[in-house]
Structure formats: structure tokens, C-alpha cells
Design a binder for this molecule. Structure first.
Ligand code: ZN
Length: 419
């Protein structure tokens, strides 16, 4: 059969690698992975997974491509930056050109408590490509609650760290980092230390290697360590991962352990015993526009990027106070907030232009504008907004009140007074 022959050819060198072989390749074709974040790490991880032949990749990211990303985020190019495409959209488009085998589900969204469970609902493995501790801890909670292995990774400067955490076998990230309160850490980031591309690729490679072992049933080959690596001074350090902490509600013995043993059995091959891959069509990709007309998964149901109001569950309720709406993103002078999702991008374009803003990017996924004072406002189709370059939170709130609150709408709706 032609398709089978193509599969054989495409993955021939990987199949020839003895620990993977034909059986491991089949397992990859049946596997679903979630990659959270499509920045430097996430985009690299997504590429490793799709090229290796995973059956389904779910990719979620809250950001858009900027010029300052291109030195290390190797999936993107100048055109993506010029168009200010959301990273999830740009990555999905590139990855579909890499392979039509994988089903690629891409979501433009911030991962939070409301959508994390849905995103991880039906995946075999979660790969961490995020840039902040709060999201990582949330992923750890969800993964340990569901018994899903989590491949943690982080990079800043020339240094990175990574570990594959298996529920039931290792402690959770919360226990490992000793952080009870997410977001309260003063850990260095790419914005404070800078970052070099080789460091990112080293960590992504180590994460991807552990993912391949886990997904192909090579559990005995898993490293079982927490590893740090410095690409500039070349130094590698490794520590054995601690076992679950009994008193911890996430990794301690309880329901999570039961879920973990179910998941482990699956990865040992007890569930994936079928040897007929040819009947499955892995070329079934999600719609290019991400609207997912007929959601086939819980995550698509909750998160599809459609413009309709029914799809916008990922929003704060309108009675939240202004202060609660404003969230600082990863120490990079960016504030995030939720706007009313019922206002379309076209309507925002009109309002911001009338308020004196210059529109600097305008596509079906987002609108970017420069305020009169020079700050940037980015509004995504799902109603999420970023305020960049404001410096202080108080100034970001001023920008919100002036340009984005209902007051702005009333002002724009009023006929202008001429003399
Ligand atoms: Zn724990």
C-alpha cells in the first residue's frame, strides 16, 4: 500500500534506531501530546514531535511573533513577525507543511485554571514550553491529577534545566521547586538575563529525547533525573528525582497514584497492543482557521478560536474589578487583561482609530495599535488584550481606562463635536 510505503520511507532512519523500531514508530503514530507555549522551547518541541511522527499535537500559546523572537524561535520568520501572527497560528501553518501526518490542533489562548484540564484531557504526555512558574505549577497539578507524565523545561541566559516527571514515581513540580505560591518567584527570565538559541535547543533536545522514550515504551531508558546544562560554559549537572511526597495532595499516594498506574500501564504497551496502524488516518488536520467546526475533543470544544461568543469560555467575567483583570506577563513590561469578548476586532479597530491610535497590525486573529503616547495595545480575537511598554501597572490601568473600557466605547459612539 502506497501510504504504508511512504510511512516506511519517511521514518526509516528512526525505525532503524533499535530502541524505537517499527513498534515504537507505531506508538508514536497513536500518541497525543500537548505542547504548552510556542516560544523558543515550545516551537522546537512541537517540531520535534511532528517530525518524529506523533499522531496528534495540541499546541497552545498566548503570544504573537515579534522581531525580537527570531534569533531563537526557529520556526518563525520575518513575514510572521511583520504580520504579527499569533505563534500558535504561525507554528501550526509551518508544521502542516512539515508533515500532513499529524493532526495539529492549535489554540491562541492563555493557559489558566479554566482551560488547563480540557487541554490535557486526552493526551499521553505534556511538554512544557512555557516561560513562567505559575503556568508550570498549574500544568504539574493537572498532570499529576490525571496521571500524565510532564516534561518540564526552562531556559534563561545560556543555562537551562529539564526533568520528566512521572506521576506515581516522582514528586510533582510544586514539591520539587518548593513553591507554594505561583508567580511569587524572582527567578531569572529571558527578559532579565537574555537568552541564546543554543541553550534553548539543548534543553528542547533533552526534553524531546525523554518524550520519545516515554511515548515509544522505552520507560527503562528514562533518565529519572533533574538536569541543568549551560551551553556557554559547558557544564552539566544531574540529580536523581525525588519520589512522591506522601503528604502532597498532588503527587502523594491517592487518586493521582491510581491514575498514574493506569497511565504507566498504557505506556508499557498493555493498552497499545494493536499492531494495525494502516487503517488510521493521521493526516486529519484541524482547520487552518482553527475554528474547529465540529470539535472532536474536550479542548477543541472549550477553546476553538472561533469568533462566536459561545466559544469564548476563556474569559474573565465582566464583574471582575479592574485590578483583578490586569496580570503582569513574565516580567517583560507586558500586562494582560480580558476585555468583553462580544466586541469584535473590527469594532476595536474603529474605536482605537477614533481614539487617535495608529493601527500597526491587523489580521483575523489580532489587532495591534500604538497609543498616542507610544505604548502598544494588542487585542486577540478571543477578547484578551496585552498592554506593552506601559512600565508601571498604574499607567497600564490608565491606558485600559482611556482606550479599552466601556467609557471609550461611549465616547466613540458619541457624535464628535465640531466648532
Ligand atoms: Zn507534590
Amino acid at each position: 500500500m502506497r501510504k504504508e510505503a511512504e510511512e516506511q520511507e519517511r521514518y526509516s532512519r528512526q525505525i532503524r534506531f533499535a530502541p524505537i523500531g517499527a513498534q515504537g514508530q507505531r506508538r508514536l503514530g497513536e500518541a497525543s501530546v500537548l505542547v504548552v507555549g510556542a516560544g523558543a522551547l515550545g516551537a522546537s518541541l512541537a517540531q520535534h514531535m511532528v517530525r518524529a511522527g506523533v499522531g496528534r499535537l495540541r499546541l497552545v500559546d498566548r503570544d504573537y511573533v515579534e522581531l525580537s523572537n527570531l534569533h531563537r524561535q526557529t520556526l518563525y520568520d520575518e513575514e510572521d513577525a511583520a504580520e504579527a501572527l499569533p505563534k500558535a497560528v504561525a507554528a501550526a501553518a509551518k508544521l502542516r507543511r512539515v508533515s500532513d501526518r499529524a493532526r495539529i490542533e492549535a489554540f491562541v489562548a492563555d493557559v489558566d485554571r479554566r482551560n488547563a484540564e480540557s487541554l490535557a484531557a486526552d493526551v499521553d504526555l505534556v511538554l512544557d514550553g512555557t516561560d513562567n512558574t505559575a503556568t508550570r505549577l498549574l500544568l504539574s497539578d493537572v498532570c499529576f491529577g490525571r496521571g500524565i507524565p510532564l516534561v518540564y523545561g526552562g531556559v534563561a541566559g545560556s543555562e537551562g534545566m529539564t526533568a520528566l516527571l512521572v506521576p506515581g514515581e516522582h514528586c510533582c513540580l510544586r514539591c520539587l521547586l518548593g513553591a507554594d505560591e505561583p508567580g511569587g518567584d524572582g527567578a531569572p527570565t529571558c527578559d532579565t538575563l537574555g537568552v541564546i538559541s543554543p541553550a534553548v535547543e539543548m534543553v528542547a533536545a533533552l526534553q524531546a529525547a525523554e518524550a520519545l522514550k516515554a511515548l515509544t515504551g522505552n520507560r527503562s531508558a528514562l533518565r529519572g533525573t533533574w538536569l541543568t546544562v549551560d551551553a556557554w560554559h559547558f557544564a552539566v549537572k544531574e540529580w536523581k528525582l525525588p519520589p512522591p511526597v506522601e503528604a502532597c495532595p498532588n503527587c502523594g499516594w491517592g487518586e493521582s497514584a491510581a491514575a498514574a498506574s493506569r497511565e504507566l500501564a498504557k505506556h508499557e504497551g498493555f493498552v497499545h497492543a494493536e499492531d494495525d496502524l494502516s487503517g488510521e488516518d493521521h493526516g486529519d488536520t484541524a482547520d487552518e482557521d482553527l475554528s474547529g467546526d465540529e470539535p472532536e475533543s474536550e479542548a477543541e470544544d472549550a477553546l476553538s478560536g472561533d469568533d462566536s461568543e459561545a466559544e469564548t469560555e476563556n474569559t474573565l467575567s465582566s464583574d471582575d474589578s479592574e485590578a483583578e483583570k490586569l496580570v503582569v506577563l513574565c516580567g517583560r513590561d507586558t500586562f494582560q487583561l480580558m476585555l468583553k469578548p462580544s466586541v469584535s476586532l473590527g469594532e476595536w479597530r474603529r474605536r482605537l482609530a477614533e481614539a487617535g491610535c495608529a493601527i500597526t497590525a491587523d489580521n483575523r486573529y489580532l489587532l495591534r495599535a500604538s497609543t498616542v503616547e507610544g505604548e502598544r495595545i494588542v487585542i486577540f480575537a478571543e477578547g484578551r488584550a496585552l498592554i506593552q511598554g506601559a512600565g508601571e501597572a498604574e499607567r497600564a490601568l490608565d491606558i485600559y481606562r482611556h482606550y479599552l473600557s466601556d467609557e471609550t466605547r461611549r465616547r466613540a459612539d458619541e457624535p464628535s463635536v465640531g466648532f
